[in-house]
Every structure is written in structure tokens, then in C-alpha cells.
Design a protein around this ligand. Structure first.
Ligand SMILES: *Cc1c(COP(=O)(O)O)cnc(C)c1O
Length: 395
């Protein structure tokens, strides 16, 4: 296994995941697991006297989850939203009409679509920049820049941005510019953007953090109290909040995040090496393979790699489609980070709304396959990939 596997996890990660934010009900029945508080409203002992008032404004199950999330990112505060994209849109409300946003050109299709089509309607000027090149970020900064949106590793191209270098550069230019990093592909177990100098660590909790393909939710984690107060206000005022039951499910998922991520990493590396040596595969993109152009950077800023990888099947659209149709175990579906391996065809699925020239410019060609390597017995995964590749591609 690569030297990445020797990276130490963040100190006390597992203990934090299991104990922080677990609001034990010591006064009621003594429940070890905090109850799920589904009540929409709360009794006031006198007008205006209460701990909780109304569940859009705040809710104990949400609060407990947010405490865990903040601790796992080594941040002070977290705010959760109804989806990862809701978190993107609420973070974007921290800046105002006339401000400029730099968004990484390689990013999640929904984020790309949001910045290009929604944010501009709100009067923001959005520039798409290849943020893997620090000089290009430097060239794109202006006196009106207020938000820089990064994603590393990028979906689906697995390109890596030097989070510390970009954060330092942006803050040296103007300390008031917010640097936000989408940490979804790594999860809090492998990467902590706030430690690397970012102002906001964003995640789609739908993916690795909940980890069971049964919740849609997003979060923003910050250190700055004033920034948190603004996010807390946006949660309350715009109301894009998650349900208490979903909060409970993510809290439960987080207790095994460390175990799941280690196994995603092990399976991911085995599958990546298998594909790299396969005659039907042109090229593999996995941040833990020495062949990845930013392998050294990954080792510097992350504690390991998840189960996310991409590869180019030999041939074109026809071979890619035939490969996908012939898979028997690996599930053809969007999303990622669950126990079951999921495979997607970015050109026709996750990035179908991204203009073709933008897509091709970042390497999303018709033969690109994205794979979320799950937690199954790894030999079953390589066997399924092998039979589907050999059926689809003539070698
Ligand atoms: C899924 C995803 C999102 C959007 O999150 P939702 O929970 O689907 O709204 C954002 N960024 C990345 C990298 C994602 O994978």
C-alpha cells in the first residue's frame, strides 16, 4: 500500500466522533443516546422564557449534530442545512449584489450550475478559475472579490487544490475575502480545510459523513464567531434547515466515520491499482496513486484518501455505456460515499447541465467513469469491474 496509508489520523478523532455532541439524557430516563426531538415548538415558562422556541430556529437534535461536526473539523461552530447545495446557496448569501466570486472551474456539477445560473441572478459576478494553479487565482482577484470557492479533490476530475497556498494568497491580498472549501470527497476524517487556512469548510453530509445513502444534508463549519452568527441567522431567516430525524441519522453515521473511511481508503486503493494495470483502461485518477500529478500535495494536506476515483475506459461513449450496463454488483447511480459501490457517467449524469466545452476543458470526456468504491468484499468489486470491462472493450 502507498505511504499515504501511514498517515496518522487526527488526534482523538474516534473519541470525538463518538462522544462530542452526544447530549445524554441524564435527567430523563438516563438514555445514553440522546432522544430525537421532533417537536416543532416548545413550552415557554413565561412569555419569552425558554431554552428552545421553535424548531426552524433551533432544535436539540440539530444542535447535537452541529457540535459533533464542528469538533470533527477542528472548528468552533457548525451550521447544517437541508442539503449540500442549500449550504452552498446560504454561504453565498454572506456576500452581496455587486461582489465578485471566484469559483473553481472543476467542481460538483450542481455547484457549477448554482454559481453560473443562480448566483449571477442575485447580482454576483462569478469567475470560473482553475484554482489548482495558484497564479491563476492571483490573477483573478480584484478589489471586489469577496468569496473564493474551492473543491479538493474536485468532482469528478480528482484534481487537487493547494488549500493552504490559495488561502494564504487570498488572505494576504484581502483578509476579508472568504475562502470556502468543499470537503465532501475527503470527509472530516482525512482533511481539515480550516486547519489549512480556509474560513469555511463545506460538506455535503449526504455523502461520506452520513455514509449510508439515506439522508440529504449539508453543513458549513467555521471558527469565526461573527461568521457563525451570520450563518445562524441565515438558517433561521431563510429556513433551509434539516429535519431532526435526519440529524439523528447523520449523528449515528458519524460514530463509525473513522472505521468506514479507513475501509473506503483500503478498498479504493486496491481497486485503483487493479484498474491502473487493466488492459481495457486508459488512465486512472486517484489521489493516493503515485501516478496522480498532485500525489505529493495530497500527502501534505490530507491524512489519507477516500473511495473516490475516476478512470478513462478505452474507447468512447459506446464502450463506456456498455461497461456500465454490464456491471452486475456495482450500482449505476449518482451520489457517493455509501457502503455500496456506486458508479456514474459524469458526461451524461452528474455534469449533463455543464456546457460541453466547459466539460471537455476539465477532462470530462465521454469515456470518463466515476467510481465511489464502497465497503464490499474487495475481490467481488474487482471481479465485477473485470467482467464488465472485458465485455465492453475489445483488447
Ligand atoms: C453531492 C455534492 C454536493 C451537493 O450536495 P447535496 O447534498 O446533493 O445537495 C456538493 N459538492 C459535492 C462535492 C458533492 O458531491
Amino acid at each position: 500500500m502507498g505511504s499515504l496509508s501511514n498517515s496518522e489520523p487526527f488526534a482523538k478523532f474516534a473519541t470525538t466522533a463518538i462522544h462530542t455532541g452526544s447530549h445524554r439524557d441524564l435527567e430523563g430516563y438516563g438514555a445514553v443516546i440522546a432522544p430525537i426531538t421532533i417537536s416543532s415548538t416548545y413550552v415557554q415558562s413565561a412569555p419569552g422564557e425558554f431554552q428552545y422556541e421553535y424548531s426552524r430556529l433551533d432544535n436539540p437534535s440539530r444542535k447535537a449534530l452541529e457540535e459533533t461536526l464542528a469538533a470533527l473539523e477542528n472548528g468552533k461552530y457548525a451550521a447544517t442545512f437541508g442539503s449540500g447545495l442549500a449550504a452552498v446557496s446560504q454561504i453565498t448569501q454572506l456576500v452581496k449584489a455587486g461582489d465578485e466570486v471566484i469559483c473553481a472551474s472543476d467542481c460538483y456539477g450542481g455547484t457549477n450550475d448554482f454559481f453560473r445560473n443562480r448566483a449571477v441572478n442575485n447580482g454576483l459576478k462569478v469567475t470560473l478559475v482553475d484554482c489548482t494553479d495558484v497564479d491563476k487565482v492571483a490573477a483573478a482577484l480584484t478589489e471586489n472579490t469577496r468569496l473564493v470557492w474551492l473543491e479538493s479533490p474536485a468532482n469528478p476530475t480528482i484534481k487537487i487544490t493547494d488549500i493552504k497556498a490559495v488561502s494564504d494568497l487570498v488572505h494576504a491580498y484581502n483578509k476579508d475575502i472568504l475562502v470556502a472549501v468543499d470537503n465532501t470527497f475527503m470527509s472530516s476524517y482525512f482533511q481539515r480545510p480550516l486547519d489549512l487556512g480556509a474560513d469555511i469548510s463545506h460538506q455535503s453530509l449526504t455523502k461520506y459523513m452520513n455514509g449510508h445513502c439515506d439522508v440529504v444534508m449539508g453543513a458549513a463549519v467555521v471558527n469565526d464567531e461573527k461568521l457563525y452568527e451570520k450563518l445562524f441567522y441565515l438558517q433561521r431567516a431563510n429556513g433551509a434547515v434539516p429535519s431532526p430525524i435526519d440529524c439523528f441519522l447523520v449523528s449515528r453515521g458519524l460514530k463509525t466515520l473513522h472505521l468506514r473511511m479507513r475501509e473506503h481508503m483500503t478498498n479504493g486503493l486496491i481497486v485503483a491499482k487493479f484498474l491502473e494495470s487493466h488492459p481495457c483502461v486508459e488512465k486512472v485518477l486517484h489521489p493516493g496513486l503515485p501516478s496522480h500529478p498532485q500525489y505529493e500535495l495530497v500527502k501534505k494536506q490530507a491524512r489519507g484518501t477516500s473511495g473516490m476515483l475516476c478512470f478513462y475506459v478505452k474507447g468512447g461513449l459506446q464502450e463506456a455505456k456498455s461497461f456500465l450496463k454490464n456491471l452486475k454488483l456495482i450500482v449505476l447511480a449518482v451520489s457517493l460515499g455509501g457502503p455500496e459501490s456506486l458508479v456514474a457517467h459524469p458526461a451524461t449524469m452528474t455534469h449533463k447541465h455543464t456546457p460541453k466545452e466547459n466539460r471537455l476543458a476539465v477532462g470530462i470526456t465521454d469515456n470518463l467513469i466515476r467510481l465511489s468504491v464502497g465497503l464490499e468484499t474487495v475481490e467481488d468489486l474487482t471481479a465485477d469491474l473485470d467482467q464488465a470491462l472485458r465485455t465492453a472493450v475489445a483488447v
